[in-house]
Design a protein around this ligand. Structure first.
Ligand SMILES: *Cc1c(COP(=O)(O)O)cnc(C)c1O
Length: 358
């Protein structure tokens, strides 16, 4: 069976060797040595000044919304994983969708201003598939209207834009270390924020508001990463370069072999050093997509419809049309992409796509 992704696992003895340090200290959570080391290594590797490792990639979004005191309306993208929208609603705010760019698939910055009302407090956009939003344009709009900017950078591990980690853009960025993501801790995630004062607030929030054992800074929740999670991240570290190189090979293979077909591929923004996180193919019609998917499934190959449906059509949203996002969501299919996907498997997938499009 070939799935859209396959979790990269380090050799088990290497994971056990890291985990042994948790056994030796008899300490499994509440910021043990492994979480502390993971944070230190990630800061150096990514080139960010502040990080909080968390237990998944959704809580940092919720904590950012809560701790920044956001209320009212938050401008967001309809083309993302559901967590982007649901976090806004979960925190009692109202998502206001702005349609996406047809090629970059990120929020269309030229349509943001028209969606701003006196109730707007922030922009929460996704660097979807690791492709950066137009961060300069968004920053200019945010400055003009005094809005906060949060980036859902769940797909962005290792992505740089203009030589800087993409996590350095916006007021807050978040990442997911879920097992389906490129770098993972089983479940896990992180929050990045260059403003030290806000960072401290987020830090308190992720640990019940504790300021030492007996004092409380304010309200909080539990979003702490455990030592078992951190151990996975640390055990993966020696393999990061392999992961990027192997994924790049797979993506380039697809791109070369699919040349000339009547499909479109993701357009990566200029000056981006991308991470080869996903390989989405946009077909001419949903019928075509469904046909390709059916033939692949019959051969035990399971691409995924990332991201479907367009989030403005969620059952708990008032339906407001987002034509670009809706048409893209109906026609986009992410093809299998992971370390170890070999040429014969790739050829099978490619041949099926070709034969279906004849
Ligand atoms: C994976 C993902 C999340 C959620 O991350 P979890 O670690 O699964 O909580 C949020 N946003 C996007 C865009 C994602 O792809």
């Amino acid at each position: 069976m070939i799935n859209v992704t396959r979790t990269f696992l380090p050799p088990q003895d290497e994971y056990n060797a890291v985990l042994k340090r948790a056994w030796d200290t008899n300490w499994l959570t509440n910021r043990g040595v492994l979480v502390a080391q993971l944070e230190t290594e990630l800061k150096a590797y990514l080139g960010v000044s502040n990080i909080i490792a968390m237990t998944n990639g959704t809580l940092p979004l919720q904590i950012a919304i809560k701790a920044l005191g956001l209320t009212g309306e938050i401008i967001t993208t309809p083309f993302s994983y559901v967590a982007t929208t649901s976090s806004i609603i979960w925190e009692g705010c109202m998502p206001v969708f702005v349609d996406i760019h047809p090629e970059y698939l990120t929020i269309d910055e030229t349509k943001i201003e028209a969606a701003i009302t006196p109730k707007t407090t922030a922009i929460l956009a996704t660097h979807v598939f690791g492709n950066p939003c137009d961060v300069e344009a968004i920053e200019a709009i945010a400055k003009k209207y005094h809005l906060k900017v949060i980036y859902d950078a769940a797909h962005c591990f290792g992505v740089t834009y203009k030589g800087l980690s993409i996590f350095n853009y916006g007021d807050v960025s978040t990442c997911s270390f879920h097992a389906t993501k490129l770098f993972h801790t089983g479940e896990g995630g992180a929050l990045f924020c260059n403003n030290k004062e806000w960072y401290d607030t987020f830090f308190y929030h992720h640990n019940f508001g504790h300021d030492g054992p007996l004092k409380f800074h304010g309200l909080g929740i539990n979003a702490k990463m455990s030592e078992m999670q951190a151990a996975m991240g640390l055990a993966l570290f020696p393999y990061l370069e392999t992961i990027f190189i192997e994924r790049k090979k797979v993506v380039n293979y697809y791109v070369n072999k699919l040349k000339g077909l009547n499909i479109s591929l993701l357009k990566i923004r200029a000056q981006t050093d991308w991470n080869y996180g996903y390989f989405p193919v946009i077909f001419k019609s949903e019928t075509e997509l469904l046909f390709v998917e059916k033939v692949l499934n019959a051969k035990q190959i399971f691409p995924r419809r990332y991201f479907y449906p367009s989030l403005n059509t969620l059952p708990y949203m008032d339906k407001k049309e987002m034509p670009v996002s809706e048409t893209v969501a109906s026609r986009i299919l992410c093809m299998p992409l992971y370390v170890g996907l070999d040429e014969s498997e790739l050829n099978t997938i490619i041949e099926i796509i070709k034969s279906c499009l004849k």
